[in-house]
Design a protein around this ligand. Structure first.
Ligand code: DGY
Length: 324
């Protein structure tokens, strides 16, 4: 008999078909999130679960689903999964690193540029019929080339953004991360590790790529925004919750920083009303990794992880268990 697995959200038919080759699959084929009681009900008797970045997999769910052996996510971020609780119960967790790095870095850089050069703000003006004449100061923004790029969270995606800035746009790169990069990674892009306060003070364009955890909750709030240049931009492609969105909305409204580009939000898909009310912010709906090719790779990697784990083979991309 094939093991039973649950696919908690709509995904590419090819991925469902691949999993059906190995498992008895129940798949969510509607554009809805199952509430947790329904997820628990559907997980009874299931050995594997395919998720993405938003299904909360916590101790209560694990306790109610004793047959579960693997939780495989098509996202790289796994703050929705209680890793310690999974480790305690011997449930293997996998994520989807690497396959999305360059795509996500492209987007982070594009969002930063759109923010600096006021692309969506000026498009709204044009579409609303506001463009009557050329003017020397019409939607003038901030340069990107030759300025200082600040990266908070210098993992794989942070490094890929830094490469774009240093090698493509002649930017000076400063970064803050728990640990410094090896000199051979810093040198080709001239990246300099600095304390967080220094990062905030020096960056012309600050990009957040730090994983969300209790330690990074509101890592950027009113006090941090106050350290930034009034001409600086802030781009968040990390996770909602890394930024205090209320404090950011206020800083944007008061012109304490120039602009922000946000792909992730506290409590998404809800967006803080203060952010919707200010013009100097570019807002996108958590799409940094969203190209068809990359999303397919992410989903296939999650499927391959599920197949490996339930066959008793080592997972391809396990999340390191965090012991309680
Ligand atoms: C991730 O992979 O963590 C992205 O945020 C996609 O959801």
């Amino acid at each position: 008999m094939k093991p039973a697995v649950l696919i908690a959200r709509q995904v590419f038919p090819d991925v469902v078909a691949r999993l059906r080759e190995h498992f008895d699959v129940e798949a969510n084929d509607a554009p809805i999130d199952w509430p947790q009681p329904e997820l628990i009900r559907r997980l009874q008797g299931k050995a594997g679960l395919f998720v993405a970045a938003t299904e909360p997999i916590d101790a209560a769910l694990l306790a109610a689903c004793p047959d579960l052996r693997a939780v495989c996510s098509m996202a790289v971020g796994y703050n929705n999964i209680d890793i310690s609780a999974c480790a305690e119960r011997g449930v293997v967790v996998t994520n989807a690193p690497d396959v999305l790095t360059e795509t996500t870095a492209d987007f982070g850089f594009a969002l930063m540029m759109a923010t600096a050069r006021r692309i969506t703000e000026s498009e709204r003006f044009l579409r609303a019929g506001g463009w009557q004449r050329w003017s020397y100061d019409l939607y003038s923004g901030a340069d990107v080339h030759g300025t200082t790029l600040g990266i908070f969270g210098m993992g794989r995606i942070g490094q890929a953004i830094a490469r774009r800035g240093a090698l493509g746009f002649g930017m000076a790169v400063v970064y803050h991360n728990r640990s410094r990069l090896a000199p051979e990674l810093e040198a080709p892009i001239g990246a300099r590790w600095v304390e967080k306060a220094e990062l905030l003070r020096q960056a012309d364009h600050l990009v957040l790529v730090v994983p969300y955890s209790p330690a990074s909750h509101h890592a950027i709030g009113a006090a941090e925004l106050a350290l930034m240049k009034s001409t600086a931009t802030l781009t968040n492609i990390a996770r909602g919750g890394v930024v205090d969105d209320a404090a950011l909305a206020q800083a944007l409204a008061e012109g304490r920083i120039a602009a922000a580009g946000l792909d992730v939000f506290e409590g998404e898909p809800q967006v803080h009303p203060g952010l919707l009310a200010v013009p100097n912010v570019v807002l996108t709906p958590h799409i940094a990794s969203a190209t068809a090719a990359t999303r397919m790779k992410m989903a296939m990697l999650a499927a391959d992880n599920l197949i490996a784990v339930l066959r008793g083979a080592p997972p391809l991309t396990p999340v390191t268990p965090v012991r309680p």
